[in-house]
Ligand binder design. Structure first.
Ligand SMILES: Cc1cc2nc3c(=O)[nH]c(=O)nc-3n(C[C@H](O)[C@H](O)[C@H](O)COP(=O)(O)OP(=O)(O)OC[C@H]3O[C@@H](n4cnc5c(N)ncnc54)[C@H](O)[C@@H]3O)c2cc1C
Length: 391
C-alpha cells in the first residue's frame, strides 16, 4: 500500500496548480459571487485539457482516471473555489452519464460543445414530490410516432439558468424498472423554464416545466430499466461533490492557518492560544482521514465508476468534515472570516449545500447501514395488509 501520489500524478497536480494560479487566482472572489456559469473559465480549462479528463479519447476526452479528475478539482479549488464547479461540470456531473451511455448522434451533437466549454448541461432529477425518494418521480415520457412526449416538472437543477441541454430522469412506465432518461434542449416545444431562484450559496436554479414537450426519439438516453445505470454513474457526480466539499474545507483551513499565524491579539499571534491550536489539530485529523476515504473511492473506481458503498462513506465523511472545517475557520478568523470579502464564508455556505445535494448525509448513512447489516432497509411505509385496507 502506498499513500503517495505517483510521479505522473504529482506532475499533473503541479501543472493544474500553476494553471490555476496563473489564470484563476486573480478574480476568485468576484467569480464566487457571480451566480452565472463561468464560460470563460470553462474555455480556458478546455484548452488546458481539464474537461473530460475521464472521458475516452475517441469521444474527445483525455482518457484519464477518476483520481486524475479528483486531483484537478482539488488543485483548482485550492486557488479559486468557484472554478472547481467547472471541473465538476466537465468531469463529474451529468456529462459523465451522458458520455457513458450517449449514442454517437447525441455525442456528436452535444458532447464536443460541452467539452469545449461553450455549452453547459443540467441534470433534471429532483421533483417537487421526489427528492430523496427519487424513484417516486412522476415526469413521464410517452412514445408518439418518432417522438416522445414529456410531461412533469423538475426543481433545483444546478446550472439550469445557463444550460442549453438537460439530462432529465423520466418515467416510461411504473416502478423502478420504468425509469430512464432523455435529453431535452432548452428550445424544445412545451418546455418552459421558470425565473432563477437562489440557494443559500448564491447559486441559481430554475423550475423546469414540461407540458406535452415533444422531443425526437433520438434524444432518449436510457430507456426503461436505465435507472441502475444512471445511479452507477451518479456515484461519479457524488464523488465530485465529495471532492469539492473536502477541498473547500481545506481552503478555509489554510486561510485560517495563515490568519492565525499573523493576526495578533493580546500581544501575540492567535496561533499561540491553545483554544485555537486544538481546533486546528481537530481539523487536521478530520481532513486527513476524510481525504483517505475520498482517494480510496476514486482509486478503486472500476472502469471509472466508484462503488456505491465507498462513495457513500467518502461523501458522508467529506461533507461533514468540509463543512466543519469551513465553519470553524469562520470562527477562528472572526469578523474577517464572516465577511463577504473573504472566500471562507462562501466556502462554508457551499459546503452546507453538499450535505443535502447529490444524496443527503442521512440517505448516505442509510446506504452505509445496509452495507453494515448486509440487508436492504426499505424506507417506504409498509403497505397496509389487505384486511386493514378493506376497513
Ligand atoms: C446545492 C444543491 C444542488 C442541487 N442540484 C441538483 C441538480 O443539479 N439536479 C437535481 O435534480 N437536483 C438537485 N438538487 C436537489 C437534491 O438532489 C435534493 O435536494 C436532494 O435529493 C434531497 O431532496 P429534498 O431537498 O427534496 O429533501 P427531502 O427528500 O424532502 O429530505 C428532507 C430531509 O429529510 C431527510 N430524509 C429524507 N428521507 C430520509 C430517510 N429515508 N432517512 C433519513 N432521512 C431522510 C433528508 O436527508 C433531508 O435532511 C440540488 C440540491 C442542492 C442543495
Amino acid at each position: 500500500m502506498n499513500f503517495d501520489f505517483t510521479d505522473e500524478q504529482k506532475l499533473f497536480a503541479d501543472s493544474v496548480r500553476r494553471f490555476a494560479q496563473a489564470h484563476l487566482a486573480k478574480d476568485a472572489l468576484k467569480r464566487a459571487h457571480d451566480p452565472r456559469f463561468p464560460f470563460d473559465v470553462a474555455k480556458l480549462m478546455s484548452e488546458q485539457g481539464l474537461m473530460g479528463i475521464t472521458i475516452p479519447e475517441p469521444d474527445g476526452g483525455q482518457g484519464g482516471t477518476l483520481m486524475d479528475a479528483v486531483i484537478a478539482i482539488e488543485q483548482v479549488a485550492a486557488v479559486c473555489p468557484r472554478s472547481a464547479d467547472v471541473v465538476q461540470f466537465g468531469n463529474f456531473g451529468p456529462i459523465r452519464t451522458f458520455a457513458e451511455y450517449g449514442t454517437a448522434y447525441q455525442k456528436k451533437k452535444w458532447l464536443a460543445e460541452c467539452l469545449a466549454g461553450r455549452m453547459v448541461m443540467s441534470l433534471g432529477m429532483s421533483e417537487p414530490e421526489a427528492g430523496s425518494a427519487v424513484t417516486d418521480l412522476r415526469t413521464t415520457a410517452k412514445p408518439d410516432g418518432s417522438s416522445y412526449i414529456i410531461s412533469g416538472s423538475k426543481v433545483f437543477s444546478t446550472f439550469s439558468p445557463d444550460a442549453a441541454v438537460f439530462l432529465v430522469y423520466v418515467r416510461y412506465g411504473p416502478g423502478v424498472g420504468g425509469i430512464g432518461s432523455v435529453l431535452v434542449e432548452r428550445s424544445a416545444p412545451g418546455f418552459t423554464i421558470g425565473p432563477p431562484q437562489e440557494f443559500m450559496s448564491g447559486e441559481q436554479w430554475c423550475e423546469l416545466h414540461f407540458e406535452n414537450c415533444r422531443i425526437p426519439a433520438e434524444n432518449v438516453l436510457l430507456g426503461p430499466g436505465g435507472f441502475k445505470k444512471q445511479m452507477a454513474s451518479f456515484n461519479v457526480e457524488r464523488l465530485g461533490n465529495t471532492a469539492r466539499a473536502l477541498a473547500f474545507g481545506r481552503f478555509c483551513y489554510e486561510r485560517a492557518r495563515e490568519h492565525a499565524s499573523t493576526r495578533q491579539q493580546f500581544g501575540r499571534p492567535l496561533a499561540e492560544f491553545q483554544g485555537l491550536q486544538w481546533k486546528f489539530a481537530d481539523m487536521a485529523i478530520a481532513l486527513e482521514g476524510a481525504q483517505l476515504l475520498l482517494y480510496r473511492a476514486a482509486a478503486n473506481a472500476d472502469k471509472g465508476l466508484p462503488s456505491a458503498y465507498e462513495t457513500a462513506v467518502a461523501k458522508a465523511a467529506c461533507n461533514q468534515v468540509g463543512f466543519n472545517a469551513a465553519h470553524e475557520s469562520v470562527q477562528i478568523m472572526g469578523a474577517a472570516g464572516y465577511s463577504r470579502s473573504s472566500l471562507v464564508e462562501y466556502c462554508m455556505r457551499r459546503c452546507r449545500g453538499w450535505m443535502i445535494a447529490g444524496g443527503s448525509v442521512e440517505m448516505l448513512k442509510n446506504r452505509i447501514a445496509e452495507h453494515v447489516f448486509d440487508r436492504r432497509f426499505d424506507q417506504r411505509a409498509p403497505k397496509p395488509k389487505s384486511s386493514e385496507a378493506a376497513e
